[in-house]
Design a protein around this ligand. Sequence first.
Ligand code: GLA
Length: 698
Amino acid sequence: MRWEVLLKKHIYALGGAGLLLSVSMLALPAQELTGELPDPPEFSAQSEPVFVSVSDILEYKALPEYNEPDWVTSKYVDAGTLPPVGERLPKEPMVYKAANMPDGIGVYGDTMRHVIGGRPEGWNYIGGQSQGWGGIDIGLSECLTRTGPLFTIKADELEPMPNLAKSWEWSEDGKELTMHLIEGAKWSDGDPFDADDVMFYWEDNVLDQNVSPLNGGTPETFGQGTTLEALDPYTIKWTFKEAFPTQYLYAMAYGTFCPGPSHILKPEHPNYSDNTYDEYKNAFPPEYLNIPVMGAWVPVEYRPDDIIVMRRNPYYWKVDEQGNQLPYLNEMHYRLSTWADRDVQAVAGSGDFSNLEQAESYVEALRRSAEDDAPARLQFGARTIGYALRMNLSGNGWGEPDARAQAVRELNRDLDFRKAVTMAVDRQRLGESLVRGPFTAIYPGGLYAGTTYYDKDSTVYYPYNLEAANELLDGLGLEDTDGNGIRNFPEGTANGADVEITLLANTDYGTDTNLAEGVIAMMEPLGLRVIANFQQGTARDDMAQAGQFDWNVERQGAEMVSVVQGTSALAPTGPRTHPFHRAGTDGTLDLLPFEQELVDTVNAFIATSDNAERAELMKQYQQIFTENVYSVGLTQYPGALIINKRFANIPAGAPIFMFNWAEDNIIRERVYVPEDKQASYELHPETLPGEPGSDGPM
Ligand code: GLA
């Protein structure tokens, strides 16, 4: 089955013509500049998901008895350092059903050895610190709802899965959503999890504008004017301005509603201490071990540029149907290396897991994985990895530009300029420079061709046309007045200097800098001098968040592939929701008229759950986006999950990226290694996390 078809099976079943929204009021593009968009090359997916209902996967209920690894009982419970497992679990734990486990009930033991390219800033995720990505924060954070595994949910039942919120109801008018939290669950240090944790996240981290949670939770992520209150320790109530905005259930999943341990974080927050906001953010450096988490493993060891080791959380609140407390795997490793090394090690068998996403390594990875003695399985998914050139569209001071940068911002805000840039990009060549073969596809920008919401007829494509691009820039009065091959700003703008544009990209990924270099080279014949501002991941992320860039080449988020995940980032729906246009120094957004249309379209999408209407709205979104070259699409291609063959319970067809990354999609707490395949990779066998802040496992 072609992967496009595959994808279409499990996103909203869209039918009928539905509400027709007028696109006729949009300006028509100059016909001669647009052209036929080639279809992506055929690419066969190698495995398909099994489509099920959420109730097939899990339920919440008390079981007659619970089990744990023998050594936990004998070394800790019998010794009196840990309460018995039944007392550590909530009243009704989350129970994963055996029938939905690809290989059934598992056994305890072994380790999953991740390799990552990022580096941890510390453990204050909700305060804005990165843990180095690669699935660390995904594993530590449990969120109100969960969406990674939705790739396996039947299309007509698609809705976020319960997680910390075990159930919810809407009021009759659809403006109130009451959520029931799991009762009696505990953080990994035994402290109760309850509405205090939820309210600390909401009030002191989301609503407090001085804090920027790592994955960008802002008030508008949940709708303008939305409020949240605790009714009792296990009941919270949302009040929305819209009726039935079911869309926000996706925002309550990773990464925008994953509360942190308030009993540990709150005493460091400026509202409750003498700390500054910076001190709060940085209060838990990577050296701080045993940070309490709701996730399945707890960090117990950190060696800079070497490794982070995690041990099983003795209070984890999920079990299998036989009452075995999860996770099955005792340990997790995150080798602190490079992203390219993640591929190499996973293929070679010295690492266990990789999201093969840097197209430059595809050919070699495929070759080795095809050999009979290959240690790892490699499974391609849909074309959900996509890159775009994004221009900073704030004209009113986001990132505090100097005169040159401000002049670039004015160009960025000019449609003819964006058209010229997009027409100077030879996407075929750019894609092939990464990898030859059927992998990469021409990406004009906007929604990816693989989502149900994609509509080719609503996609405006400006093909490669250097001559026309140069004419557009001539028309803007950008002439090479000093004859050095670089166009100059008009007299009176930035001293008539050469047009120099900085391009921010992430050096942690070869693909990011390769594509950025390709763009830089392609701007030369246009007479634009683009200067690389290549930064290591964390610094790049900080600069991007702060608006300190003219242009930015980056891999895009889930909103472009799932539409329903990260929806508020599809347009500047709030002052701080959008990747390349945020509020300026006075707190206001200077939206271009077409951006206001995008915002209205996205808000209308959020406010309705009528599938036909949603499909129409996304056609309109795509039309406005691509016609106005909101961003300059570069290339899109499929990723592959590489996982060592000894692991069981890896769901078929798990994409490396869709609603979330594969680290969430494969449900790691349910993954195990059969006894006869178990290896001795555990660095701290038969130990459990120690006291928060103590120097290792106990
Ligand atoms: C990084 C990696 C991805 C994935 C995510 C998880 O971004 O590049 O493959 O592992 O981290 O957060």
